[in-house]
Design a protein around this ligand. Structure first.
Ligand code: ADP
Length: 343
């Protein structure tokens, strides 16, 4: 049985269709990535699955419980990290997790061990007596994940867990998420392809509230890789370049070869298809050397997330907010030891 089952889920805000007939299922112990640009409908879907928002139509079950008919039972199976975690800055980490454990109705005799377990998993123990508002953003995010883990729910839903973190924190949070694999069923959302690829077993790409791709990262990567191209400028006339291509590359399973002109010679564009990128670069180098044609430049062009979306959605312009990686804004330094103690 699938732990998460979503059928024809739809959400309208007035006339605006935020989630459009989504259907998917997640098996026990899997990590699913929800990938899409800002405004794609990721948070809306997650808010519906966690019982924070009503759907317009459709069905969703968590561990067999209908989120609309049996919301209490369904919610008990979920730990949720919303995009903006509601962690209270005026409490210490320990006080906050105690409060969360009580709210989640963890039996009193298990609360201490649950706090210890989740602080251990998220690496927050050394700051247990620090006020949350005095933690760095990375550590606040860890506290939010600890909150989601309290009570050991079967399903963990994380909305953009690494947004706004610095590169080191991103690596740490990704490792933390990967460590949940097997013990928990996880859905995480992101607008960053590489993030989803590195931790998820399946990727759901959504755009304008619709699923535009659902596959393993390996298969998606294969699709993207096939569209990778190598652009090389050769110091010769286009006519000679065409003969060169015909003599050396016509037998390869390339997806396409284009010969054009550039300021300093001919511009060759090879779209990889089933040819290995390094192999092609090597062949190009040696073939040009044999023919005594100078290669003036060579570069690899990979599809950006925007271009992948454009290909998948057939649109002409990418959503304005979409970026490969969001700009990193350094955060304020942590308060030195004792500076953040509660008492
Ligand atoms: P994502 O999480 O992928 O960035 P959201 O689920 O937040 O996307 O938003 C999906 C769409 O629904 C967007 O077009 C957004 O503007 C719209 N939307 C989200 N929340 C509301 C709301 N409360 N009222 C009206 N429109 C909303």
């Amino acid at each position: 049985m699938s732990v998460i089952e979503v059928k024809h889920l739809t959400k309208r805000y007035g006339k605006h269709l935020a989630v459009d007939d989504l259907s998917f299922s997640v098996e026990e112990g899997e990590i699913y990535g929800f990938l899409g640009p800002n405004g794609a409908g990721k948070s809306t879907t997650m808010n519906i699955l966690t019982g924070c928002l009503a759907a317009t139509s459709g069905e969703a079950t968590i561990n067999g419980f209908d989120i609309f008919e049996e919301p209490k039972e369904a919610k008990k199976c979920i730990g949720y990290l919303p995009e903006i975690p509601p962690v209270y800055g005026s409490r210490t980490v320990r006080e906050y997790l105690q409060f969360v454990a009580e709210a989640k109705k963890v039996p009193a005799e298990n609360i201490e061990s649950e706090i210890q377990r989740t602080m251990g998993l998220t690496g927050t123990k050394e700051y247990e007596n620090r006020l949350i508002r005095h933690l760095s953003k990375g550590y606040r995010q860890r506290v939010g994940i600890a909150e989601a883990l309290i009570g050991d729910p079967k399903v963990i839903i994380l909305d953009e867990p690494t947004v706004g973190l610095d590169p080191q924190q991103i690596v740490e949070i990704r490792e933390l998420i990967a460590s949940l694999k097997g013990g928990h069923t996880v859905i995480l959302s992101s607008h960053i392809l590489s993030e989803v690829q590195s931790v998820c077993e399946k990727v759901i790409i959504i755009d304008h509230g619709r699923i535009v791709a659902l596959d393993t990262p390996e298969n998606l990567e294969k699709t993207f890789r096939q569209s990778t191209s190598i652009h090389a400028v050769l110091e010769c006339e286009p006519e000679r370049a065409r003969e060169f291509v015909e003599a050396h590359f016509s037998g390869l399973p390339l997806k396409g070869i284009d010969v054009g002109t550039s300021e300093s010679g001919s511009l060759l564009k090879f779209t990889l298809g089933d040819v290995d990128e390094k192999e092609l670069a090597r062949s190009l180098f040696f073939a040009a050397a044999d023919e005594r044609i100078a290669i003036l430049s060579m570069e690899t062009k990979r599809l950006s997330l925007e271009e992948v979306f454009l290909k998948l959605t057939g649109e002409k312009t990418a959503p304005a907010e979409m970026q490969q990686e969001k700009e990193f804004i350094p955060e304020e330094p942590e308060i030195p030891e004792n500076g953040g103690e509660a008492r």
